[in-house]
Design a protein around this ligand. Structure first.
Ligand SMILES: Nc1ncnc2c1ncn2[C@@H]1O[C@H](COP(=O)(O)OP(=O)(O)OP(=O)(O)O)[C@@H](O)[C@H]1O
Length: 578
């Protein structure tokens, strides 16, 4: 963050000059007043009046011009900040989301907007202008030390008010910010499940939960606003009182013949006294922006520190598809409970591995580790000997296909979705669609491959969505493909098309890992991995594993029968006794 702000230095230096000149020009109206009273009223000279008026008008014009230039420079600084941080943050949102870190939402983008909006804000302007207040204070001291010390006391009092304001409003404002983010995220999450909420009439309950979060936010904000309002009133009161007190003090000094300048010094001292306090009054009045900006800065800094930029690694040759899991241990990001507990296996390029096992045995977790979505907590998943998690995804991605359990499509056309939103290569898109039996269906659509699928593919049926996602996984002849329950929404035709596609790609050398509950895929598999409670219950050539499973089943059945037969006479005797 500091590095990003350092790059904005030229903008700050320029605006500081603009602001300093503009604040000094603020004295022009006072000067004009004196000159008109002094020269024009005494000399009754129209030309002098005209010249003075022209000069003051020119000063006003310059002030406005500087004001505009200040805003324009800060706007440009905001764009520069956006250019510097925006792309990195966009990547970080996704990385943080995968790792379940705070910041894995769109919040960092809102934080960046908060920082951008702070740049042209009156608060930053008053911070930049603060040094000019010291110049004004020095002028007051020069006019008269007593006036100077009085203005200094006013500034110290005003600083105390600013400090008290910060101390009392910062905690509730920060807490309100956190509650607001939580309420927003809850609403976003609930909106994604709107259908379930509607169908089962859950809206009232969801609303109650949201209201509780929202109330917390509003309550904290009200506390902060009350306190800020109180300190802002004191601050403005001090500023007004200070102006009058300095005038009164100046008059008193003049009556004692201790102040020269024919009353002019008295007025200048009073006006400058007000200007000395101006930045501090702004601080108090605008402090909410300050707290929001500081919190946004902290959050972004934390995110950037937690997820440092990856070092560029040497480009690796395209993989051939040799997969090895070496004693894999894995837990969900942000948790310690192991899900995979020492999983080892290996398959050669062009082999199909079917992964089966009961629900919650860790199949999806394995798919996530094999695609480098989740890191392993121990052991390694390697493709051609290289750790899959650390492989640069922009380099590896085109060689990999992944169909997650919950199909995720994006707003765009069918062709764009299949082509992974890269350059749409028509022939490749058609090949992938044909492979999963989707081409005919697409050709019957009025817009064909240019049909918009809607947000998250909402305009397609569940089975169609799954087929499009399958075509996307197979787009561009990937070398290594992981399919997590690819046929869960497919009908028989779709299932047969999928098996045919796997066989066709396998013949070209593609390595497959297919997680399934259905036997159709097992039929095309070379190897079978049976997971149970995060461990390998069996692994090997498909037929051997199936035979071993069948034998184990038969043995278990025979044992159960034997136990039943042993228990039957004992039960009969018990019933007779009874
Ligand atoms: N994001 C997560 N956070 C915490 N625990 C998780 C997460 N994802 C999965 N788990 C846990 O890991 C275990 C294995 O889940 P996983 O989804 O890998 O099983 P699975 O074999 O694919 O199950 P199914 O066949 O039902 O899809 C479960 O006990 C689950 O609670």
């Amino acid at each position: 963050m500091q590095e990003a702000v350092r790059e904005l230095r030229p903008y700050f230096v320029r605006t500081a000059w603009f602001s300093i000149i503009a604040s000094l020009l603020v004295l022009m109206p006072t000067w004009y007043m004196f000159e008109v009273y002094d020269r024009v009223v005494n000399s009754r000279n129209h030309l002098t009046l005209g010249m003075l008026t022209l000069m003051v008008l020119a000063a006003y014009a310059v002030m406005e011009l500087l004001e505009w230039a200040h805003g324009e420079q800060m706007h440009r600084a905001g764009l520069a900040l956006d250019r510097k941080l925006g792309p990195r943050l966009f990547h970080l949102l996704f990385e943080a989301n995968l790792k379940r870190l705070p910041g894995g939402t769109t919040q960092p983008m809102s934080d960046l907007r908060t920082l951008r909006e702070f740049l042209p804000s009156p608060l930053l302007k008053s911070m930049i202008e603060a040094p000019v207040a010291l110049v004004f204070l020095a002028i007051i001291f020069f006019i008269d030390p007593v006036l100077g010390y009085s203005a200094l006391v006013g500034a110290v009092l005003q600083s105390l008010v600013a400090w008290a304001n910060e101390a009392s409003t910062q905690p509730p404002l920060s807490a309100a910010g956190r509650s607001s983010i939580a309420a927003q995220q809850y609403a976003d999450g609930s909106l994604r499940n709107a259908q379930v909420i509607e169908a089962m009439g859950m809206l009232g309950n969801i609303h109650k939960r949201w209201i509780a979060k929202q109330r917390e936010f509003l309550g904290l904000q009200a506390v902060a606003s009350d306190r800020a309002g109180f300190y802002s009133a004191i601050s403005k009161f001090l500023q007004t009182v200070m102006g009058s007190l300095l005038l009164g003090l100046g008059a008193w000094l003049m009556l004692r013949n201790e102040l020269g300048g024919n009353g002019g010094h008295m007025l200048v001292g009073s006006i400058l006294g007000g200007r000395v306090l101006q930045p501090l009054v702004q601080f108090v009045g605008q402090w909410r922006i300050g707290v929001n900006t500081r919190d946004a800065w902290k959050r972004l800094n934390q995110l950037l520190v937690t997820l440092p930029a990856r070092q560029d690694s040497m480009p690796l040759p395209p993989p051939r598809g040799m997969l090895a899991a070496e004693n894999l241990l894995a837990a969900a990001p942000g948790t310690q409970t192991p899900i995979l507990k020492g999983v080892s296996f290996g398959i050669n390029p062009g082999e199909v591995l079917a992964v089966i096992g009961p629900s919650a045995s860790g199949k999806t977790t394995l798919a996530r580790v094999l695609t480098g979505v989740w890191p392993s907590a121990g052991g390694k998943a390697r493709l051609d000997g290289v750790d899959l998690y650390t492989w640069d995804k922009s380099e590896l991605g085109p060689h990999v296909g992944y169909l997650p359990q919950g199909v995720e499509l994006f707003d765009g056309t069918l062709a764009e979705n299949i082509a992974r939103f890269g350059k749409v290569e028509k022939a490749k898109v058609e090949n992938a669609a044909r492979a999963v039996g989707l081409h005919e269906f697409i050709m019957h659509l009025p817009d064909g491959y240019d049909t918009e699928v809607g947000p998250e593919g909402a305009r397609l049926s569940g089975g169609q969505r799954q087929r499009v996602a399958l075509a996307r996984a197979l787009y561009g002849d990937p070398v290594f493909v992981v399919l997590d329950e690819p046929n869960s929404s497919l009908d028989e035709v779709g299932d047969a098309a999928l098996s045919a596609a796997i066989q066709a790609f396998k013949a070209r050398g593609t390595t497959f890992v297919v997680i399934t509950h259905r036997t159709s895929i097992v039929g095309v598999a070379d190897k079978l991995l049976v997971l149970r409670d995060g461990t390998v219950a069996a692994f090997g050539p498909r037929d051997e594993v199936l035979a071993a499973m069948q034998k184990a089943n038969q043995q278990a059945q025979a044992q159960a029968q034997a136990r039943q037969q042993q228990a039957a006479p004992a039960r009969a005797a018990k019933e007779t006794t009874a």
